[in-house]
Structures are given as C-alpha cells and as structure tokens.
Design a protein. Structure first.
Length: 454
C-alpha cells in the first residue's frame, strides 16, 4: 500500500540531495485512468520515428529503440521528484534539423547530433547544479528570446510546407486533420461550447488524440496512406543494431570542432527549454490554487538536473532528434485538469504524471498500437509541427515589449529559418547592439498601444 499523505503536506519521498525519490505503489498511488490514457497517447511519441528515418536514415526498429529508451528516461522525472509529464523539445526540432542538414547523411551527421545533445545535457546539468537558470536567462534580451522562439515556430511550419515537404505527400489528410486540431485547441467558439457539453469536454481533454484517430481513417479514404495492418504480439526494438551502428560505439566520438559548432544550437535550444520550465511551473501553481491538500514542490534547478542527465545519457546510448525536454504541455494540462477535481479523482499529481508515462512506455511494446498508427506517423508529425509553429509564434510575439523588439525578433526569426541558429544569433546580437544600445524608455514604442504607432 502506498504511504498516505496528510492533507496540506507534501507527498512522501526518500530524500537524496537535490532529488526526492518516489517509487510507484510506495510513495504514490497508481492512477489507472492516466495509465490508460498514456497507453493510447504513446502514438504521439512514436511520430518521432519518421524524423529519425528521414534525417538520420535509421531503419524503423532502430528508431523504435530510441523511442523506447527515451520513454524509459521519461519516468525519471517523477522518480526523482519532478511532478511533470516530460516530452520532446518540440520547438527546437526544426532548428536542429536545419543544423544537422549541414552535415552529410551517415556517421558524420550522427556524430554532430551526439555532440549537440551531449553538450546540451552538460550545459543544463551544470546550470541546474549551480542554481543559475533564472539568472542566465534574465541576461538575454527579450528581442533575442522572441526571435529564437519565433524562428523555431516558422521553421516548424517550413518543415511541412517547403518543397518536398509532407504537405505534398499528404495534402488532404494534413489539411483536414490540422484544421480540426486548430479548431479544438485554439478556437474561441469551441472554448465557448465545450464547457456546456460533456462529450466535447472529453474530446478537448484528449489533446491531439482525436486528430490521430481521424488520420487513420482519412488517409486511406484519400489514398494517401494504407489501412493499418494490425498485428498482435510485441514490438521488437533493435537495440543491438542501434548501439553497434548509430552511437559513439559505432561511429566514434565526435571531434572537438563539432562541439564548438554546436554551441549556437545549444544556446537556442536552452532558451526554448527554459520557456517550457516556466510554463510547467505556471501549470503546477495554477493547479495548486485549487488542490490545497497537497504541497507540490516544483524546482527548476532539479528539472535542469533531470533533463540534463536524460540528454547526456541519450547522446551516448541513443542520439535523438526530438531531444529530452522538461514538459509535454498538452498532457500536463489534461492531467492537471483531472487533478483539480479533487483527491478522490487523483490522489497526487505525482501519481497522475508518473502513471501516464508508465502507460506510454507500455504502449511502445504493444504491436497492435504500433501497427495501428504506423501508416499515419508522418501526418501526426506534420500536425504536431504546425501546432507547435502556431504556439511558438504566438509566445514569441508575447515576449516582445516594443516595436523595436518586434522588428529585431522578426528579422532574427527569418534568418534562423533561412540560415540556421548560428546566423540567427549573430544577427540578433548585432541588431540589439545597433538598435538597443543606450536605449531610453521614452524612445520605445509599446506595440500593445496601437495609438502610439505611426
């Protein structure tokens, strides 16, 4: 039986320095509803497979092995005291793809990915250990933060719509699925009616799962995908082939020059990571206003340590283009909403987030689920990229404060898409020095006050 929490206290744990170890079934209850939801939503995680196939040339079962390894490390967050649903660094994926395209397909590109992910993990871990996260990000001008985030959003859209992109291969499926996704996720009309209808509220809580189910049907109707060939049994991730051919044990350790070249990309990814941690803290604090029976300790420095370790480990045993991020925002929202219903609905936030990730991990091994979604993984990925593009551009614009900020961010974002993160950062620094140096508040034009804009 799990140890019970006294109302108004923190969930039981084993203290281990910066970490608070919580074992499922001992320190929190196993939440069946969230486990089942994770079992189904693992399909979203599997959409990383076509990215690994396209940009690294991996066979399907090798890419599946990387998804499984990443899934195991997802469980480290709740185990070590981080009450979140971790995920990819989704906004940074298009930027990383642009960066990797600068290297030829094969061992050299894998080495470039290893250098980037290892450096990202070390950077995050050191910053978390030193407790410097908030201090470092405060030194970066709003215009540059906005430019990187907006650039990531535009690059995500470009991945889908550029020449030879997925929109050319699946035009009807992507158009219909993303149209429904935007309506369900962002429409003011849907927001106004979902609270009045239990069915619509349930659909809303499922995130992008309804879109994926629709893709399974829409794709074959328009002859853009095949009908799923459902198989029973268990999947067979190719761990041996992964480790012998697609890691440092097969390609060799990256040269120092690759670590130096990766720094601008690491800098860009870190800014995005920091934004996700801010979002995670806001979601947890929002839930805590209603669930006063549990003290939930979210520590950004501990989060740095955990996802820093994840990226370091994955860079060695399974380099991954989707990277290891601190938050899957959509599912954190869904689980937090159920958590708000009270202790009878979900005893602890740790139980909900931990059980969900155990569910996704189980799903990777179930062949019926894997074979069901295999034909539509490209559509699922395109939908994810377009949703992320919308959100990133919106968040980027919200970060700017003045008309000059917006101008710098816009130019910087365009350069990021055209030439990559290194060029974008260089342009951002130069523009900030030329335009913002010696700035006085009276010279600023607040973009939120249109009457002041000529």
């Amino acid at each position: 039986m799990p140890q019970k929490r006294v109302d108004g206290k923190e969930q039981p744990f084993i203290s281990a320095g910066a970490f608070k170890i919580r074992i499922p079934g001992v320190h929190y209850e196993f939440e069946v509803a969230d486990y089942i939801q994770g079992l189904i939503m693992c399909a979203v995680c599997l959409s990383a497979i076509p990215v690994l196939q396209e940009y690294l040339g991996m066979p399907f079962n090798v890419a599946l092995a990387i998804v499984v390894l990443n899934g195991i490390l997802y469980c480290a967050h709740v185990l070590l005291g981080d009450p979140v649903v971790p995920g990819w660094v989704t906004p940074a994926i298009p930027l990383l793809i642009l960066y990797l395209n600068g290297y030829p397909m094969g061992p050299e590109r894998v080495q470039a990915l290893v250098a980037f992910e290892l450096l990202l993990g070390i950077t995050a871990f050191v910053i978390g250990a030193a407790g410097l996260g908030k201090k470092i990000i405060s030194l970066i001008p709003n215009a540059m933060q906005a430019g990187i985030i907006m650039g990531a959003g535009l690059a995500a859209v470009n991945v889908v719509f550029n020449a030879g992109g997925r929109i050319e291969k699946f035009p009807y499926s992507i158009t219909i699925c993303i149209g429904l996704a935007f309506y369900l996720l962002f429409s003011n009309h849907f927001k106004s009616i979902r609270s009045k209808n239990r069915v619509l509220a349930t659909i809303s809580n499922l995130g992008i799962l309804p879109i994926m189910i629709l893709a399974v049907v829409i794709g074959p109707i328009f002859k853009e995908t095949a009908w799923p060939a459902i198989e029973f049994g268990f999947s067979k991730p190719a761990f041996g082939e992964l480790w012998s051919e697609w890691t440092i044990f097969g390609t060799g350790f990256p040269p120092l020059s690759m670590f130096i070249n990766a720094f601008p990309m690491v800098f860009s990814a870190y800014i995005i990571l920091f934004g996700e941690m801010i979002q995670a803290q806001a979601l947890i604090e929002d839930a805590g206003k209603i669930r006063t029976d549990e003290i939930v300790d979210y520590n950004p420095n501990r989060s740095h340590l955990v996802f820093g370790l994840r990226n370091m480990i994955m860079s060695i045993i399974g380099p991954d283009i989707s990277m290891c991020g601190p938050l899957w925002a959509a599912m954190q929202v869904v689980i937090s909403d159920r958590y708000k219903h009270g202790r009878k609905s979900m005893d602890s936030l740790h139980g909900g987030t931990g059980s969900f990730r155990f569910g996704t991990l189980t799903g990777y091994f179930l062949l019926p689920i894997v074979t069901l979604v295999t034909p539509i993984l490209d559509i699922a990925l395109a939908s994810t990229m377009l949703i992320q593009g919308y959100v990133s551009v919106k968040i980027g614009v919200q970060k700017v404060r003045t008309a000059n900020d917006l101008g710098i961010a816009g130019v910087m974002a365009a350069v990021v898409v055209a030439r990559g993160a290194a060029w974008g950062l260089a342009v951002g620094i130069i523009l900030c020095l030329l335009i913002q140096l010696g700035n006085k508040k009276e010279y600023d034009v607040n973009i939120f006050q249109q009457s002041n804009v000529e």
